[in-house]
Design a protein around this ligand. Structure first.
Ligand SMILES: *Cc1c(COP(=O)(O)O)cnc(C)c1O
Length: 489
């Protein structure tokens, strides 16, 4: 230790040395980003990274800094042009939101605040509570329910499933572990479930083997007779049927499990009902679609993505848990470094830490609040409805065309189809459709994503895109026909 009374670099900070210059760079950057969104339609939906860009990204870690202006020049050249494409009007792959200009502003706003929403007395905690309250109302959850904004549907599923696993007397699983608890929990879901449900069972120690994937009917809904059989078989074997995971919009084809029936079955056998409503939950936003979500209000826990069909910038999702105690059973903590002083910022310090995996948490609730207030539920519902009608339209176009085949009924916003050539075998057709999709992707024409219906390779369009126009759907089919024609001539 030197005896000096001043620290090295004591007048240095990471703030800009010239705030006005920094602001000028910021203005230019913002102009660029808004222009980037304004002109998105004119660019390919996807662009492969150039060799130069890849090489530039392999630089060693920077020891000396560079001006913001220079760094952003590098970003503009080597990063910005090569996104995944989900901001493009013809992106319909997987299930990914489009984002928005207002979302860019919202991200800037919460980054400037850089507040930690573990809990504490701060506006962001109250804003997140308010947003969760709105979402509870949307889904008919009682005021007494708890909820939090998390980073996505996968984590929302994990949180809801953990709450269900440790609910009530099963809290002894939390305390003793599964083996010592003497319980042998089993989960039930359909073959159409999202992998995050299975992963939750893995992480919670329930084990993949205890996830029963029940068969589905023609509409890809869980077969409730098979479900009851499976539960009764497990009961006879001395296992503990613990939870049903139902779906409001499955990831593959957008199917709706009969949630009211699942709630009845769960009640009859004393099981928890978790509903994965990642994107399908958006049906509650439109009068014409609402009916499809019947029974959502009977879930014990419900996961709902905000960054998919509501277009909050990635990442954000919501988990609701009807029984607050079950929620805090799973995640509640008590730590001396989070002691409550009864006033000031250090009060209610672990409000949200008690409801999920994170302690330090970003203000996802604030960005969601900004965007819900800006767009309003009505307009967001209209964008959802537009996409549903577009999916129905695309489904009809395919159904009526001799050279295309619909592989699954359009139930919401997802269209699974393939190009059809009667002279080809199944394997050849699968290969042709795989090639078609790669061509669409690599040329940046459109981004559907792959799926399998039985043994058939499906081109799957999940339309959660407020920028899509009807003409974009015509473009898709024309691009496929042009590709096939070019191959055969
Ligand atoms: C997308 C999706 C998930 C996972 O959500 P992420 O936000 O991607 O983690 C879970 N279930 C369904 C039905 C989904 O569509």
């Amino acid at each position: 230790m030197s005896g000096e009374r001043s620290s090295p670099f004591e007048s240095e900070t990471l703030d800009p040395s010239n705030w006005n210059e920094a602001l000028d760079v910021g203005h230019l950057l913002l102009e660029d980003m808004v222009e980037y969104l304004r002109t998105v339609r004119g660019r390919p939906a996807w662009t492969p990274l150039t060799q130069e860009a890849l090489t530039s990204l392999r630089e060693p870690a920077p020891c000396q800094g560079t001006s913001i202006a220079e760094v952003f020049e590098d970003f503009r050249t080597n990063v910005l042009p090569y996104g995944l494409g989900n901001i493009h009007p013809r992106f319909w792959g997987w299930v990914i939101g489009t984002g928005s200009v207002a979302g860019v502003f919202a991200d800037i706003a919460i980054s400037a605040m850089n507040t930690n929403v573990a809990g504490f007395q701060s506006s962001a905690t109250h804003v997140e509570d308010a947003v969760v309250g709105w979402i509870k109302q949307l889904f008919g959850f009682p005021d007494s329910a708890s909820g939090a904004i998390v980073d996505g549907g996968s984590v929302a599923n994990l949180v809801g499933i953990a709450a269900g696993l440790y609910a009530g007397d099963r809290v002894r699983i939390r305390d003793l572990g599964i083996t010592a608890s003497g319980l042998r929990p089993v989960f039930y879901t359909s073959t159409q479930t999202h992998f995050s449900v299975v992963r939750a069972a893995r992480l919670l120690g329930v084990g993949e083997a205890q996830v029963r994937k029940i068969g589905v009917n023609k509409k890809y809904q869980i077969d409730t007779a098979l479900l009851i059989d499976a539960v009764e078989t497990d009961l006879r074997a001395g296992l503990h049927p613990t939870m049903i995971i139902g779906h409001c919009g499955t990831v593959g084809v957008g199917a709706f499990d009969p949630l009211d029936d699942l709630a009845d079955i769960a009640a009859k056998f004393g099981m928890w009902l978790h509903v994965d409503a990642a994107f399908g939950g958006c049906v509650v936003l439109h009068e014409e679609l609402k009916e499809r979500g019947a029974g959502l209000d009977r879930a014990d826990s419900l996961s709902f993505d905000l960054h998919k069909w509501l277009h909050v910038p990635i990442d954000a999702a919501c988990i609701l848990v009807r029984d607050r105690q079950a929620h805090t059973n799973a995640f509640g903590i008590d730590a001396p470094y989070l002691a409550d002083l009864g006033g000031g910022p250090a009060s209610d310090s672990n409000h949200f830490t008690n409801l999920g995996l994170q302690q330090s948490r970003s203000a996802r609730g604030v960005k969601t609040w900004l965007l819900l207030k800006h767009f309003g539920l009505q307009r967001l519902g209209e964008m959802v409805y537009k996409n549903v009608r577009q999916a129905e339209m695309l489904g009809r176009m395919i159904d009526e065309a001799a050279d295309f085949e619909l592989l699954a009924e359009v139930q919401l916003n997802i269209v699974c189809f393939r190009y059809l050539d009667a002279s080809l075998s199944i394997d050849e057709l699968n290969e042709l459709n795989r090639r078609i999709m790669r061509h669409l992707h690599e040329e940046g024409h459109a981004i559907p994503s792959p799926f399998k219906i039985g043994d058939e390779f499906a081109i799957r369009c999940a339309i959660t895109n407020h920028r899509t126009t009807d003409a974009d759907l015509d473009y898709l089919l024309a691009a496929i026909r042009n590709f096939v024609k070019a191959r055969t001539t």
